[in-house]
Design a protein around this ligand. Sequence first.
Ligand code: 13P
Ligand code: SF4
Length: 317
Amino acid sequence: MTSAIDPGLDLFAEIDRLKHQRKAVILAHYYQDPDIQDLADHLGDSLELAKRARDTDAEVILFCGVHFMAETAKIVNPGKTVVIPDLDAGCSLADACPADRLRAWKQSHPDHFVVMYINCSAATKAESDLICTSSNAEKIIRSIPVDRPILFGPDKNLGAFLSKKLGRKMDLWPGTCMVHETFSAKKIAALKARHPGAKFIAHPECEDHVLALADYVGSTSKLLEFVQKDAGTQFIVGTEINILHTMHKAAPHKELIPVPYEDRSAACQGCNACPHMKLNTIEKIYLALRDLKPRIEMDETLRVRALKPLQRMLELS
Ligand code: 13P
Ligand code: SF4
């Protein structure tokens, strides 16, 4: 794919030129490589980026994140051309809960209300009553009448965290984030012992025994805000490593320590980096803007069905 690029090109200048020519906006998640975060027009967590996509008046949305995020942009703003640098940038949570399996789960729990984490496909969203992200999940769950039983998916760790915090029993789908599940409670405890002043801050996609060690739990944007506002000066950051780039810029005098992980596979070269997010590169961003592909295309009936629970979430957020 990248062989089609003239090696003499200044890709950053070309991306800027094409962005203006295409009337494009570049949205990027905090888990993208630092270079990509730096060239984005808007950086954010899943909720902030969904809102940016909904509200933009650009003609093209270049989404530097993973597939379900770009799909969400298309669902909320179908008149735009939505491109993603690499169509294969998926998510282990989205893969864990295909729509047909969610449909079967619902059929065996007909009186339950279905809340799905935004990390799922459009087809899975279309089977849901309400969507949440990690930054609004508590509010979303609180909006559901207490006598209504809940099916929550696909992230069992986020579900268990919410269940415990809100004192609300929920049936959980057994999905996990392949990045956050590698974080090692044993190594975090050892790190805390070595740095007694450090606060451990963690994303709710982490496992329960890891969250039990946390001084603060929140979505990516809430972790970023915490590091900026908290009086502490040293933080062990329990989420995907690339967010450290923006944290360093936002709080240059604070010391940030990446979370230690267990190597669970021979292929793991840094398990606190998301291999899906990593598929996006500067070269692919240039090609996506040049060729306006790969594009997110969606059947209109599916889009309208997926929009309903997303719209309810956006109204509640
Ligand atoms: P947030 O962007 O909601 O913090 O979620 C993190 C994540 O894993 C996105 O894939
Ligand atoms: Fe999915 Fe985890 Fe990667 Fe986020 S970090 S995109 S939840 S695999």
